[in-house]
Design a protein around this ligand. Structure first.
Ligand SMILES: CC(C)(COP(=O)(O)OP(=O)(O)OC[C@H]1O[C@@H](n2cnc3c(N)ncnc32)[C@H](O)[C@@H]1OP(=O)(O)O)[C@@H](O)C(=O)NCCC(=O)NCCS
Length: 181
């Protein structure tokens, strides 16, 4: 089995390949991106990018089910619904030059539509730092609910920081209007 290719109005969501490694390194290597993500080191090397891409290719064998977000120029970010299971963890990042255009809302909606089509009975979990309003807004617009306070370990900073964790069911996702831009 392989991950599908998903199309939205402006984007293609596709499996990652090793050809994406340089762009992953450049975009995730930006501290403004990595400082919001839990497991990403900083500085971020090309070897880190290759390791991450390789484990997404092994998603059938307990790897992460991650899609490259491609705007036609190449990879600009990624969305992941984590490992298969009853409560997969949803994560995402976008390169800084691409922020603020509704692209993550569009990409995330497409990936969750695919995920719930495959696994309607699952509850998707996700969390964001309280200092990250853009990410909290992405989650809220998708229908994530049931907030509870946690401390999120941020590897790039070597700190545990206040964050909020949420859950999303198919019913809650379907109750939201599709976000296309
Ligand atoms: C979080 C992130 C994915 C958002 O991507 P994006 O494409 O800029 O998000 P969108 O444009 O879809 O915006 C989503 C919502 O957040 C709002 N928003 C965007 N930036 C914001 C900001 N700095 N402050 C407050 N709200 C903001 C948008 O207005 C939008 O809400 P609206 O439609 O009601 O106006 C992106 O900033 C990113 O990758 N950051 C670094 C990595 C990261 O934080 N990943 C998530 C970890 S939990």
């Amino acid at each position: 089995m392989s991950l599908p290719v998903l199309k939205t109005e402006r984007l293609t969501l596709r499996p990652l390949t090793l050809e994406d490694a340089d762009r992953v390194r450049a975009l995730v290597g930006d501290y403004d991106v990595s400082k919001m993500l839990s497991v990403v080191p900083h500085p971020y090397s090309r070897e880190d990018a290759v390791w991450w891409i390789n484990q997404t290719a092994a998603f059938d064998d307990d790897g992460e089910r991650a899609f490259a977000i491609d705007d036609g120029s190449g990879l600009i970010g990624a969305v992941s619904v984590g490992r298969a299971g009853p409560e997969p963890d949803f994560g995402y990042w976008l390169g800084k030059p691409y922020w603020g255009r509704g692209l993550m809302s569009e990409a995330a909606h497409a990936v969750l539509t695919w995920h719930f089509g495959e696994s309607p009975e699952t509850t998707v979990t996700s969390g964001a730092l309280n200092e990250n309003p853009a990410s909290l807004n992405v989650l809220r617009k998708l229908g994530f609910d049931d907030p509870h306070a946690i401390l999120l370990s941020i590897r790039a900073r070597g700190e545990d920081l206040p964050a909020t964790k949420f859950r999303l069911t198919l019913d809650a996702f379907q109750a939201e209007e599709p976000v296309l831009s």
